[in-house]
Design a protein around this ligand. Structure first.
Ligand code: NAD
Length: 263
């Protein structure tokens, strides 16, 4: 018996990467998952692979910037499984550009997906989630809320907004007496498609970042998935308005310790 057996989740940006890992971890715990993305082909392939393993998953096309599409996604989850307990606001974009080079249009484009998309998702699910015995909203931020690089200037600002929005939503729900917890997850560099390649990991900038991680490696998507599944579950019943860093300790150091043994 899985700890999420009776529960239903929506995961945005679930077609690939960390979102797909979250989908799998939730499904492995027994959850039914509506996988949402703008990459319809990849999203359907992710769902087909998991359905072939016997998991309860469906695909729904969703651009998180569109309130109307959010309403359709909530209807799809309720139509398929009759309830909604979990939202993982994972869809996100980055544009590695420094503050002087960035334009207002580039900043706005990032805010539209990362912040407004998260906001629209929260608003769309709350009415249905109030009928759940224990709702959980997990917003994916980044460890760039706590450590900055020139290339994360506008992305980091958007993720700091996501973290703050998570806390205010958590307090809003708790004070209203809703049984809905809201938390943010802050990943460091993870081995998604782009970074899994050993040649990419050997590039000087990427290597320097990995070398600075006290644990000496990047995160694995399944490790991120397990954190999401824990926060979604009743095992996390007293955890709300919290930031959860998953970055091998990187945000706690400002230098790579030369005494660390090579691994
Ligand atoms: P990714 O690019 O592989 O996946 C992001 C997904 O979001 C894609 O499937 C994409 O199609 C989807 N998406 C983009 N815009 C969308 C929109 N408007 N509507 C719906 N879906 C949309 O990236 P990832 O590495 O898996 O990142 C997932 C989340 O984790 C993001 O929020 C990212 O900012 C965050 N994050 C990732 C890392 C990392 O190392 N991978 C580190 C810190 C934070």
């Amino acid at each position: 018996m899985g700890r999420l057996d009776s529960k239903v989740a929506i995961v945005t940006g679930g077609a690939r990467g960390l979102g797909a890992a979250a989908v799998k971890a939730l499904a492995q715990d027994g959850c039914a998952v509506l996988v949402c993305d703008v990459l319809d082909e990849a999203g359907k392939a992710t769902v087909d692979a998991l359905a072939a393993e016997g998991y309860r998953v469906q695909y729904q096309s969703l651009d998180v910037r569109d309130a109307g599409q959010w309403a359709q996604a909530v209807d799809a989850a309720l139509g398929a499984w009759g309830r909604l307990d979990i939202l993982v606001n994972n869809a996100g974009i980055n544009n590695p550009i420094d503050i002087e080079a960035a334009t207002a249009e580039q900043f706005q484009a990032i805010l539209d997906v990362n912040v407004i998309g998260t906001f629209l998702g929260i608003k769309a699910v709350l009415p249905a989630m109030r009928n759940s015995p224990s709702g959980s909203i997990i917003n994916v931020a980044s460890n760039s809320t706590a450590m900055v690089l020139p290339a994360t200037s506008i992305y980091g600002a958007s993720k700091a907004a996501v973290a703050n929005l998570s806390k205010s939503t958590a307090v809003h729900c708790a004070l209203k007496g809703d049984n809905i917890r809201v938390n943010s997850v802050h990943p460091g560099a993870h081995e998604t498609e782009m970074l899994a390649n050993p040649q990419v990991q050997a590039m000087p900038q990427v290597k320097a970042l990995i070398d600075a991680v006290p644990m000496g490696r990047m995160g694995r998507p399944e490790e991120f998935g397990k954190l999401v599944a824990f926060l979604a579950s009743d095992d996390a019943s007293y955890i709300t308005a919290s930031e959860h860093f998953i970055d091998g300790g990187l945000t706690s150091v400002s230098f790579a310790d030369p005494s660390r043994q090579a691994r």
